[in-house]
Design a protein around this ligand. Structure first.
Ligand code: FEO
Length: 399
C-alpha cells in the first residue's frame, strides 16, 4: 500500500498484516494487525515516527522511495514490530538521528545493534522543532515495556501513541469508523499486554489529560478521530469497579467437571451473577483475557490429573496471575479420582492476585447430591460477596 495523507505534510506509512494470527508466539490475532509508521514534514526537518515489523520492511522502504531526506527517526518503543526496520531506514538515511528515551536506547542497541552514535535521547517533556511543526516527547513507561514514550505534534494536535491505545485489526480504513469493533480489539490488546501495568498506565493517562488531542495515531490499528472514545474506554478498564461477572475457565476429561460447571453456571445466573465460561480445550486466550478485565470473580474448573490440576487449568491460573486482573474473589471446582493436590497447586500459582478465596468444591468421581448442594452454596457465597461490594444490586436479581 502507498503512503496515505492524514493532514498537510503528515502521512501514514507502514503495513497492514492481514495474515498474521499470532503475536509473540502467544497472543492470538483473529483479525490480523497493522504496523503504522508516520512521516511528518516540517518546514525545515522531516521525521519518521517508528518503523514496521522486519517481515514488512520492503513495504515501508518502498513508501520511502522519493523521500530524499529524513532528519530524525523516533522510536517510541523498542519492540521489533515497531523498531525492527529502523536499521534499514538508517542505512538509507545515514545522517538521520534516532530519537528515543534513554532506556529505549540501551534496548535498541541490545536488540538491533544500532550504533550508539546514531542516538539522541530525550527527557520527559523535551521538544523538537521541525520548523513550523513541534514535537513534544512524553514518557509513558510500561506500555507494556519500561522504555515507552509517546509524541505530541503540537500544531496539529496529534498524539502518536505507538502501542498505547492500539488495536490489532487489519483493515484499509485509516480512521476508526466502527467504534464497537475497535472497542473489542483494543480491549483485547489492553487485556493481553497492558493490564498488569494498569497502575502506571493510569498515571500515563493522567499525564495526557492536559493535552488538547484532536487525533490519536497508534502504531497498531486505526487512527482515532474521536480520542475521547478510547481514552474513556481505558479509564473504565483501569479504574472502573469490577462487574457482576464470574469468569469460569475450565477443562473436563470425562464430563464430571463439566457437570459441575454447568450446575454452577445455572446456580450463579439464578442468583443474578453473570458468567463468562471458557472451555480451555478450544478457547481463544485473548477472549479469556478480555473477560478478566472486568470480572469480580474467577472460578477455575479442573479435573485432577497426575496428582494436580489439568495443565490447561494451570495455564489459565498462570495467565490470570500474570495479567493481575482486578477480580476480588476466586474459587476452584472439579473432580478427582482418588486424591491429589489440585487446590494447593493452583493456589500456589496465583500469588499476584489480591483475591479472597471462597471455599473450593472438589468431588470424588461424578458429582453427588451433596456436591451439587456445595455448588449451590458456592454460588450463594459469590452472589453475596458481589452484593456486599455493590457489584450486584437487588434489581439485577432475576425473579
Ligand atoms: Fe506493538 Fe509492544 O509492540
Amino acid at each position: 500500500m502507498k503512503a496515505r495523507k492524514i493532514k498537510d505534510r503528515i502521512y501514514w506509512m507502514g503495513s497492514v498484516d492481514w495474515d498474521r494470527r499470532l503475536f509473540d508466539s502467544l497472543v492470538p490475532l483473529p483479525d490480523g494487525t497493522s504496523y503504522n509508521a508516520y512521516l511528518v514534514e516540517g518546514s525545515e526537518k522531516t521525521v519518521l515516527l517508528d518503523s514496521v515489523d522486519p517481515a514488512m520492511a520492503d513495504e515501508l522502504m518502498g513508501q520511502l522511495e522519493g523521500i530524499t531526506k529524513i532528519d530524525y527517526i523516533i522510536s517510541h518503543h523498542a519492540e521489533q514490530d515497531h523498531s525492527g526496520t529502523i536499521p534499514q531506514v538508517l542505512e538509507k538515511y545515514p545522517d538521520a538521528r534516532l530519537i528515543s528515551t534513554p532506556r529505549a536506547k540501551g534496548m535498541l542497541i541490545d536488540l538491533l545493534r544500532i550504533p550508539e552514535e546514531s542516538f539522541i535521547t530525550v527527557k520527559d517533556g523535551d521538544t523538537l522543532s521541525l520548523g513550523d511543526k513541534t514535537l513534544k516527547f512524553i514518557h509513558t513507561p510500561w506500555v507494556h515495556w519500561p522504555e515507552t514514550m509517546v509524541t505530541y505534534l503540537e500544531e496539529d494536535r496529534i498524539l502518536f501513541s505507538c502501542d498505547f491505545f492500539g488495536s490489532h485489526i487489519a483493515t484499509t480504513d485509516l480512521y476508526v469508523t466502527d467504534e464497537g469493533r475497535v472497542y473489542e480489539a483494543a480491549k483485547r490488546y489492553y487485556a493481553e499486554i497492558m493490564m498488569p501495568f494498569r497502575n502506571v498506565i493510569e498515571k500515563n493517562l493522567g499525564k495526557l489529560a492536559s493535552y488538547d488531542i484532536e487525533m490519536i495515531a497508534p502504531s497498531h490499528g486505526q487512527i482515532y478521530p474521536r480520542p475521547a472514545f478510547i481514552i474513556d474506554a481505558y479509564r473504565d478498564w483501569i479504574l472502573g469497579p469490577p462487574r457482576n461477572t464470574a469468569v469460569l475457565p475450565y477443562v473436563s476429561m470425562h464430563g464430571s467437571t463439566k457437570q459441575m460447571v454447568d450446575y454452577l453456571v445455572s446456580a450463579l445466573v439464578e442468583r443474578g451473577v453473570g458468567v463468562e465460561q471458557f472451555n480451555l480445550e478450544v478457547t481463544d486466550t485473548g477472549k479469556l483475557a478480555m473477560a478478566l478485565v472486568d470480572a469480580a470473580t474467577i472460578v477455575i474448573g479442573t479435573p485432577t490429573i497426575l496428582t494436580g490440576p489439568h495443565p490447561y487449568a494451570a495455564y489459565a491460573a498462570f495467565l490470570a496471575n500474570a495479567l493481575r486482573p482486578k477480580a476480588k474473589f476466586l474459587s476452584i471446582i472439579g473432580s478427582y479420582g482418588w486424591g491429589g493436590k489440585t487446590v494447593e497447586t493452583l493456589a500456589g500459582m496465583i500469588p499476584n492476585l489480591k483475591v479472597e478465596v471462597i471455599d473450593p468444591v472438589l468431588c470424588k468421581g461424578v458429582p453427588s447430591e451433596g456436591d451439587f448442594k456445595a455448588l449451590d452454596e458456592l454460588a450463594a457465597a459469590i452472589a453475596e460477596k458481589h452484593k456486599e461490594h455493590n457489584f450486584l444490586s437487588e434489581d439485577t436479581i432475576p425473579i
